[in-house]
Design a protein around this ligand. Sequence first.
Ligand code: BGC
Length: 491
Amino acid sequence: MYSAVLCVAAAERRFPDGFKFGIATSSYQIEGGWNASDKGVSIWDHFVHTKPEAIGDRSNGDVACDSYHKWREDIQLLEDLNVDFYRFSISWPRVLPTGFPNYISEDGARYYSDLIDGLLEKGIEPVVTMYHWDLPQPLQDLGGWTNPLISEWFADYARVIYDLYGDRVKIWVTINEATAVCDIGYDDLHAPGLESEGRGSYLCTKHVLLAHAKAYRLYEAEYKLKYQGQVSLTNQMMWLEPETVEDTELTELAIALSIDRYCYPIFSLAGGWPPALERYMAQKSAQEGEPRSRLPPFTQEEIQLVRGSYDYLGLNHYTTHTARPAASGETIGTYLIDGFKELDVKLGTRPEWSSTASGWLKVYPEGFRALLSYIKQQYGDTSIYIMENGFPDAGTDLDDQPRVDYYTSYLEQVLLAMEEDGVNVVGYSAWSLMDSFEWNDGYQVRLGLHHVDFTSPARTRTARRSAKYYAAVARTKDIDAEYQFDKIADE
Ligand code: BGC
């Protein structure tokens, strides 16, 4: 009887042969070695050292998982996971301690080179993010992402990185989650810890898009022919549902603000800001007595530069929220987590969506399929890489069945989006290889397929049940065959 169940399940829930499974991490969250060799200071180093109260457990990433020293062990974990690719990020100030290419750290450059070689030796493809939030502090001192020159500085950095690793890296992610960089970073939650929502955040949005586009165009002009790689970025896409049908129009505007603001300029045929958002911002800014829209316009030249600057579409997805108008006098907290002050939108949840260790992350897998269908409808059939998806818990249990259930149910929705809605998803990366510094939550919230003992100097990594599950998925491309077998064997 069991084998009959297995056959049906296997036939029904298997990803196609060429589909790639991977796993992700980021430099500040895992590396440690914050001042190793000649590494420069990043905005996260600065933020956690000067404002420790911003982190729930007052911890920091000074040592984190110590992957600066333990990367060989990480590669072993990756091999055991059977993944096709490993998505990691490069710390800009580790390679360019001043932020500028006048000085390249030999040790920093070697660290990533060795990691890339180590991965390739094991047949694991490196997928490299150039920026996962650890901006060199000297650039922040010059205004960071609000200084228009940053798009040039980023392209200069990208050139160094392409020169160093372009021969071996074929999938590039310029920037991870611009919305976190700009909206959360300028809403006093993440580094640089500035409060400039609605002004700094939009300058940042524009400059992040230009920075990405310049790095893309540089690759296209000087490296693509030689190396045949692919460049894009990955955006955070939380799905939104109207709380009631009356909230539909407002929810569409909230989607324009949170998803399309970062996608439309790159992936739409027209380019530029999403028209509904641009109109809204122009009107609202005028009503507020602003001489011009707080959403800074693009020139025609900039629209052309940014439009089409992609070889695939990258997205990170964790959760869905409901959206409704805020009641009068109701406070709206952090961007993406509590609502959108710009639109007077309050985010919420439905009672049937289960909770996790992170207040902002509720489990509603169907939202994933809805999001993927929206992306297809909005931006066409470009290949999609899901660059992050994962489940937070308190990290105490190696038998993390709820995480396994999360992955099974979210992967099922990806499959349905592919099979039923024709969405062109080509790869999926779970978040994360191991527990790591979870930003404002420090080490209180864990998303790793491997547990990390942060009390031990060895930072011992131990596979959770979810690691075994994911290893089976990555090997068989089947979201339940091996798992069911494992479950039956356990019972
Ligand atoms: C970020 C990760 C983070 C994860 C879970 C994503 O938005 O890219 O760095 O660990 O969310 O919070």
